[in-house]
Design a protein around this ligand. Structure first.
Ligand code: AMP
Ligand code: MG
Length: 550
């Protein structure tokens, strides 16, 4: 049993409260989804199959003793909230689910999904409750959603709650992704509920109590591929059309100009394919492994969504998955993500078939995924290497590098970051090519002559290629350093922050949040967060392997 002593806690921002009045009451809600979509007519909150409805109205379940752990100033600014708002008791009450503001209309969404390649039927928001859509001063809509806010009609056999460890991981990772420049849902706040949640973390018959928490997520839309699949599978075609038309109108308004309905749906799918292709290429750039790319975890906007047993590549290994549930099949391992993106889009295309009634245009739309992914990945790899254009022979140089990275455990992030230290002006024979790269190797003492020779050969080729670059070396370094982050949310860092917060110490969480705001900057004071995973973390639960239990 883990206890959290909230009295030792400090808020994550130390400024004074500026004003006792709150602009929380000034939030303007424009609940388009709630008002336009067909709602479940049953108004009692019990677990059930929900037919002929896109969502079910349901209130969050209040908690005993909420305590604010952290809030994101950048996310708050998106809904025009300032520090004083976030530090108010009202903020904690609202974003843990104990109070509703006027204008909020809470609901859980109905969706299905393919889990690990199989149709899983109705899933839905089992523990996520949408509060409403804030219309900010820039006329943007931001849906606020509490994760871990209690039972809904979609909770199936679970409790509707979330534990601190998974909530902290979601909170910090969404903000870290945003600062890496990768499309993602956002996190506004992380709040302890003051209530225990029981989880059998490794499904091995050892349930334990853990502190519960609620994260408030924000997104222009939380609609997933699975929202369309559920209605298609149930042959609720009018509902499918209503949801598709709403989504296009709300989130893809530029497509409204398309002449016919059919053409509009096809163009829409093509756009989803492109944004998804872009997203997966960006994940591959930074070594992010989502871990559960089920179709219910695929955003219609191409955002990273549902941070569960995700992980960051440490040693480069395309077969690596952080998810223990997937350790046999490795369906969602790092190297499979590009393929799974396409597989998931095929499921979405199948779901949209009743609206288009022709397979070929849907297939062509899905094909945009591959085209987008390939060209973006091509560009990314060039930028990772600091090559400003592409030449014949680059493909072999790149393939040989990725091959080399698999020969010995090599930290993906550190390796690419340190490649800037290889200098094209250096004509010396490659005596100790690895000197610059040594911090990237997990077992530097085991690098044998064969490996060294292969690495040497590759570095000589790379230097020769760099010498033909048209841009000055300083510019190449800048290009690489804005492509290869120095700081990522390493798995063991997340676990260390969790351990500290469980002891009531929020310092590390606050510090990591700060560091991860500037992932491409050197930040020499924080070098210790940019080192390879320590050995103690190699096999520790939460550091390299995670279960879905959260
Ligand atoms: P995930 O694998 O986290 O994307 O979740 C798959 C499905 O299980 C979704 O429908 C979730 O809402 C639901 N779910 C996961 N955890 C819980 C929980 N603790 N209580 C209720 N539903 C849950
Ligand atoms: Mg999910």
């Amino acid at each position: 049993m883990v206890s959290v002593d909230i009295h030792k806690n400090e808020m994550n921002h130390n400024n004074e409260i500026m004003s006792p009045t709150s602009s929380l009451h000034g939030l303007r809600f424009d609940n388009r989804f709630y008002q336009a979509m067909p709602a479940d007519q049953e108004d009692t909150n019990h677990i059930r199959q929900v037919y002929q409805a896109v969502y079910s109205p349901v209130n969050p379940t209040p908690v005993k003793k909420p305590h604010l752990v952290a809030w994101s100033p950048e996310a708050a600014a998106l809904i025009d909230l300032v520090e004083a708002d976030c530090r108010s008791a009202l903020f904690t009450d609202i974003f843990v689910g104990n109070q509703l503001l006027p204008g909020m209309q809470p609901f859980a969404m109905n969706y299905g999904g393919h889990q690990f390649g199989n149709w899983a039927g109705q899933l839905g928001d089992g523990r996520a409750i949408n509060l409403g859509e804030v219309l900010n001063h820039r006329k943007e809509h931001w849906t606020l959603q509490l994760k871990g806010a209690g039972l809904t009609p979609y909770s199936r056999s679970a409790d509707g709650r979330a534990v601190l460890r998974s909530s902290l991981r979601e909170y910090l990772c969404s903000e870290a992704m945003h600062h890496l420049g990768i499309a993602t849902t956002r996190a506004l706040s992380l709040i302890l509920t003051g209530e225990a949640v029981v989880r059998d973390m490794f499904y091995d018959g050892h349930p334990a109590s853990e502190p519960g928490a609620v994260v408030c997520r924000m997104s222009p839309s939380f609609v997933r591929f699975g929202n369309f699949e559920i209605h298609a599978v149930r042959k609720e075609v009018e509902l499918l059309r209503t949801l598709a038309d709403f989504t296009i109108g709300a989130d893809f308004p530029h497509l409204l100009a398309e002449k016919g309905d059919t053409e509009r749906y096809v163009q829409w799918l093509a756009e989803i394919a492109r944004t998804t292709g872009e997203l997966i290429a960006q994940w591959m750039r930074v070594g992010f492994v989502h871990g559960v790319m089920n179709t219910d975890n695929m955003s219609i906007l191409g955002l990273s969504i549902d941070y569960g047993p995700y992980g960051w590549l440490e040693g480069y290994d395309p077969t690596w998955t952080p998810n223990t549930t997937d350790s046999e099949g490795r369906r969602y391992c790092f190297g499979n993500q590009p393929y799974i993106g396409q597989w998931n889009l095929m499921q979405l295309a199948n779901a949209l078939y009743p609206l288009v009634q022709a397979a070929e245009p849907l297939q062509e739309a899905v094909d945009e995924y591959r085209t987008t992914f390939q060209s973006r990945w091509q560009q990314i790899v060039h930028e990772k290497l600091g090559l400003e254009n592409s030449e014949e022979g680059d493909a072999a140089l790149i393939n040989d590098l990725f091959e080399l990275l698999t020969k010995t455990e090599t930290d993906y992030t550190i390796f690419f970051r340190r490649l800037t230290l290889i200098n094209p002006a250096d004509n010396e024979p490659c005596n100790d090519p690895l000197a610059q790269l040594l911090p990237a190797y997990y077992q530097p003492d085991t690098l044998d002559d064969e490996y060294r020779a292969a690495a040497c050969r590759w570095i000589s080729r790379y230097r020769a290629r760099l010498a033909r670059n048209q841009i000055p070396n300083e510019q190449r370094v800048l290009l690489m350093n804005r492509t290869n982050p120095k700081y990522v949310f390493r798995n063991y860092l997340a676990q260390m922050a969790i351990d500290k917060v469980e002891q009531g110490d929020f310092g590390l969480l606050t510090e990591l949040h700060e560091v991860l705001r500037h992932p491409y900057d050197e930040q020499p004071d924080f070098d210790h967060y940019a080192v390879k995973r320590p050995e103690w973390a190699r096999n520790r639960a939460g550091c390299s392997m995670l279960s879905c239990s959260s």
